[in-house]
Write a protein that binds this ligand. Sequence first.
Ligand SMILES: *[C@@H]1O[C@H](CO)[C@@H](O)[C@H](O)[C@H]1NC(C)=O
Ligand SMILES: *[C@@H]1O[C@H](CO)[C@@H](O)[C@H](O)[C@H]1NC(C)=O
Ligand SMILES: *[C@@H]1O[C@H](CO)[C@@H](O)[C@H](O)[C@H]1NC(C)=O
Ligand SMILES: *[C@@H]1O[C@H](CO)[C@@H](O)[C@H](O)[C@H]1NC(C)=O
Ligand SMILES: *[C@@H]1O[C@H](CO)[C@@H](O)[C@H](O)[C@H]1NC(C)=O
Ligand SMILES: *[C@@H]1O[C@H](CO)[C@@H](O)[C@H](O)[C@H]1NC(C)=O
Ligand SMILES: *[C@@H]1O[C@H](CO)[C@@H](O)[C@H](O)[C@H]1NC(C)=O
Ligand SMILES: *[C@@H]1O[C@H](CO)[C@@H](O)[C@H](O)[C@H]1NC(C)=O
Ligand SMILES: *[C@@H]1O[C@H](CO)[C@@H](O)[C@H](O)[C@H]1NC(C)=O
Length: 627
Amino acid sequence: MNFCVIFFAYLFALTVNVQSYIIPREVLDSDGCARIHNEFITKKKTNFSYADVKDCYQRFPFDKDIASKTIDTLIGLVSGFYVFLDKAKEPPKPGFDFRPVDLKSELENFRDKSYSTLYDFTTDVKHLFYDLKDQHTMFGSYCFTTFVFYTNMTFYSVINNGEQKIKVFDDTIDQCNIDCEVTHIDGQQTLKVITEFARNSVYASRDLGVRFNIALDRAYKFPSFAVRSEIPEKPDITYTLKCDNKNPFDVKRNWNAFVQNVKDLNKFKDSKSYFDNICNPSEGGRPVSSFLEITIIPDNLNEIFEQDQSITKIKIINNFISFFKVQDFGIVKFYNEYPADRNGTMNMLPDVIQFKELANAGVKKVVLDFSDNIGGYIFTTYFISLLLFPNTFPSFDIDIRISKQMRLAITEQYKFLTSNNIYDIQSYVDAKTYANFTSAEDFIGNNVYERGGIKDNYSNKYVDGTNINPMRKIIQTYLTTPLPWKPEDFIILTNGLCGSSCALITEHAAEFSNVSTVAIGGFACNKLLSYSSFIGGTVVNATQTFNSLGELGLINNTLMHKPFPLTGMTSNYAMKEVYSKINPDEILDFTFKPADFRLFYDEKNVRNVSILWSQAAALIGSKSKIN
Ligand SMILES: *[C@@H]1O[C@H](CO)[C@@H](O)[C@H](O)[C@H]1NC(C)=O
Ligand SMILES: *[C@@H]1O[C@H](CO)[C@@H](O)[C@H](O)[C@H]1NC(C)=O
Ligand SMILES: *[C@@H]1O[C@H](CO)[C@@H](O)[C@H](O)[C@H]1NC(C)=O
Ligand SMILES: *[C@@H]1O[C@H](CO)[C@@H](O)[C@H](O)[C@H]1NC(C)=O
Ligand SMILES: *[C@@H]1O[C@H](CO)[C@@H](O)[C@H](O)[C@H]1NC(C)=O
Ligand SMILES: *[C@@H]1O[C@H](CO)[C@@H](O)[C@H](O)[C@H]1NC(C)=O
Ligand SMILES: *[C@@H]1O[C@H](CO)[C@@H](O)[C@H](O)[C@H]1NC(C)=O
Ligand SMILES: *[C@@H]1O[C@H](CO)[C@@H](O)[C@H](O)[C@H]1NC(C)=O
Ligand SMILES: *[C@@H]1O[C@H](CO)[C@@H](O)[C@H](O)[C@H]1NC(C)=O
């Protein structure tokens, strides 16, 4: 054994970094985090074995005190500020698939549970939030998002002769497998396996068909069947493939763990430093990326657009919005609602004003493609809605659940007017009269609604008032000739993963202007599929909550919760709710809104977006809606 240690030390000293031979052999043997560090330092690796990552994640024992404080914080946050606390207890409307969740009492139940590791506890609590099927309302920890598991194979779903099949979209290890049918996964029927995954492990939509799309999504914004953020149940997975008419055969793959952000590999050398710097970092040590997003597979959408001769590029604005022409129709691809420069609408104008160029190109019909768009700033939604539908008011009616905590926070903010405070209501006006609210009490009003069997106070309904008129003026100034299209000249195309600000734009177009919608993908056996998801009103996170309460001197107020016991933990939640314009008593998040038209992926359009766009464009002006 002694010889072995000397040999290793010698090898490390010769090859690379001095840092590495300070890791004693015993540590390497017993600590997955240390083995990961060692592989990174000695071999420059950025992907690691399932066993090492699993071991690293499971090195932190369950701690009753941490668990209990985590539950305290979450209960405080959701009872004080989560708008759907009561609504989430109601069973789903037909078309949706989720279970009613009594978040507060289910969180309380965790107090009696025991786990062996912090990973197991965190994952279990996270799954409770998954069950809400609301991307806006989540709990998680950066402790367990450093790596994602991947087998280098991705999938898509087609319908052949009425039968839904799963096929290999890409396999970077063996390209011969591409387009083969995946008949079984670990011996079980593939469609069943992926449907179960969509039901339980995908959270960004209340519509199971949309979750099925996300499970197979190749935009890789969220964990999918192919790219997992949680430790898979076992180290490998076996796909049974059927290629052309040949005999089926098995492909067994290991789950490899890829680091999401290489910088994180510099933050630890063993499990202790992993815990101190990633699970519970001091101020400023937190990763900048969202703890929900997946980053390992590059998004090559623009490459595809650039290379395709059938697509005329009018203007490509990276990672925001692009304008194309295909045949005689226009395409506007909205990637998100984050303009490159968020400094007000003036700076966004040069980007979105490109609609003018599309009009100059002479197109009579326009496909608005909002697939894989998970939102951005609300002012973008108002601006787009005003630009395309200038005769509408760009905001839905919105309100806030008024708990004791919320009442106090809004009242204090109304008094102190601190800047960037999430409890600020200054820019809101009454939804009916457009009059300013004259006091916090005037905003809060006296509206008791019963939801999920619970009576609670909600604020008066409001719209965002102050920003709208300046926006109208800017548009009138810079768009001297109005855009030539009427609502019936557009169609909205999505795969259902159009959330938050994206959903606000598409729902606004559909509800205020009767623009047609088409959804792609989902299940063949269900003809209805939502075109948007998790509309919310406003999403805020635990950090913003504490910062805003802090500015108001409410951080130690007995009504308010304490921060999470570990700084790597984070949570976000929907704080406001949006009402339907067409059915004013309905909250859009809980209203099943299937698209007017439906398309399915096939072997061609799944790889060639210009075919898909043509299919959508062909529906513009068509009357044969499915429902
Ligand atoms: C890294 O990934 C490649 C496949 O992409 C695999 O061959 C290799 O074994 C992986 N390394 C580890 C340590 O898992
Ligand atoms: C597997 O996928 C990863 C992540 O996209 C990539 O970096 C790696 O090169 C792939 N491995 C092989 C063998 O193709
Ligand atoms: C996509 O389809 C269109 C229409 O069939 C065709 O003109 C174009 O060449 C195709 N693009 C690619 C990259 O195959
Ligand atoms: C934002 O725009 C305003 C006026 O348009 C300007 O005064 C301000 O400096 C800009 N801020 C940044 C950060 O660019
Ligand atoms: C409403 O308040 C805004 C400032 O937030 C002010 O500019 C506006 O004049 C007020 N409107 C009325 C009708 O008082
Ligand atoms: C609503 O708020 C009022 C205070 O204005 C309070 O007295 C009442 O108990 C609240 N109702 C509910 C159902 O929480
Ligand atoms: C909405 O458009 C459809 C056809 O696209 C039409 O049948 C229907 O009457 C329109 N509804 C309203 C309220 O204009
Ligand atoms: C919370 O939200 C703010 C504002 O969107 C963002 O800058 C910050 O990174 C978020 N923090 C966490 C921990 O998610
Ligand atoms: C809140 O309480 C903590 C601990 O008692 C104290 O250190 C801190 O200064 C207090 N903060 C405020 C704003 O009162």
